[in-house]
Design a protein around this ligand. Structure first.
Ligand code: F6P
Length: 348
């Protein structure tokens, strides 16, 4: 049974923007089903904000979202839109929304995508809502972003396999994880895979170090590897955040060899982390957020990001959501430090 929509909302536009994340499709499904329930039409724009500039859109119906919840990627495609860094691009996008009689726009993406929504409001008076969808989990105002849980699980499965080879050869692996400038994936995966070291922005600063200080960092890493290998004669896995070490995991392996004689194999997990069928947590989060986005619009709100904190759906001003990158919690950082200290004290 369709419910009455007492607001003036008739047409909602929907797009996915920035890095795709597993669960974006589940969020699209939820928005479409919720909107139809309230007798609102949903217009899907393709390729992120580029779809607004290039007028690439279509009406999203029930048949588009049937069987969609378990699919990775995004039905609407995604992109990063350079034109949105300039006023002309934003104005052009606003004009498309006016021409197509769009009352509200929902964007599923990360903080960069929310900047686009904020910019649009200068030239367009429709309602705007952001749904946080990024594997990085770096958006403030929500415990988790859509896609994070799947990316963590995918990386865990991959590293469990790497561990088999690492064990067989008693070898050192440096595994690089995504996250842009955040260690959420690196820490969670590191703990869950019993990594012997976790190197991320939150516990290991490399930026602006002199060559001498950087070498001291290499010696710290190497000393731990040597001690652990002497004690356990076993594998050793480092999880490292992308963009941390200049030149990434490959360069760190080269630097360790050059300065400390340690042999390491670098492995960059890369885009495998963005793909695949979303895990239950992402499907459920996306469903809750998609429905909440439509209901938030119907209630007459705008300029908000939907979040979930302590199991409850929340809203936060988009301008607040983009102010700071979400921090990795101290409890996670300490958990990793504590378990490594405990492991070091254990007698073989
Ligand atoms: O934001 C998601 C993400 O996968 C980051 O983890 C990564 O740094 C970035 O996108 C890669 O971006 P691109 O798809 O443009 O290479």
């Amino acid at each position: 049974m369709n419910e009455k929509n007492h607001s003036s909302l008739k047409r909602i536009a929907l797009l996915t923007s920035g890095g795709d994340a597993p669960g974006m499709n589940a969020a699209i499904r939820a928005v479409v089903l919720a909107a139809h329930h309230y007798q609102i039409e949903v217009i899907g724009f393709k390729h992120g904000y580029n779809g607004l500039l290039n007028k690439e859109f279509f009406t999203l119906n029930f048949h588009h979202v049937h069987g969609l919840i378990n699919q990775g990627g995004t039905l609407l495609k995604s992109a990063r839109c350079k034109a949105f860094y300039h006023d002309d691009g934003v104005k052009q996008a606003a004009q498309t929304l006016v021409n197509e009689s769009i009352d509200a726009l929902i964007v599923i993406g990360g903080d960069g995508s929310f900047n686009g929504l904020i910019a649009l409001q200068k030239y367009w008076s429709g309602q705007v809502i952001g749904i946080p969808g990024t594997i990085d989990n770096d958006v403030d105002g929500t415990d988790h972003t859509i896609g994070f849980a799947t990316a963590v699980n995918t990386a865990i499965e991959a590293i469990d396999k790497i561990r088999d080879t690492a064990d067989a050869f008693e070898r050192v692996f440096i595994v690089e994880l995504m996250g842009r400038h955040s260690g959420q994936i690196t820490f969670n995966v590191g703990i869950a895979c019993a990594a012997e070291q976790v190197l991320s922005f939150e516990n290991f600063s490399v930026a602006q170090l002199s060559a001498e200080q950087r070498n001291a960092r290499l010696i710290e890493i190497a000393t731990d590897i040597k001690q652990a290998q002497q004690k356990y004669q076993s594998s050793y896995i480092i999880t490292i955040a992308e963009n941390l070490w200049p030149g990434g995991a490959n360069q760190l392996a080269i630097d360790l060899k050059k300065h400390t004689e340690i042999d390491c194999t670098a492995c960059i997990l890369g885009y495998i982390q963005r793909g695949g069928s979303p895990v239950a947590k992402d499907r459920i989060l996306a469903t809750k957020m998609g429905v909440a986005a439509v209901q938030t619009l119907i209630a007459g709100n705008t300029n908000l990001m939907i979040g979930e904190q302590n199991n409850s759906i929340t809203t936060l001003l988009l301008t607040e959501a983009i102010k700071h990158q979400k921090r990795v919690s101290d409890s996670l950082i300490n958990a990793q430090k504590d378990i490594l200290a405990m492991a070091a004290q254990t007698q073989c």
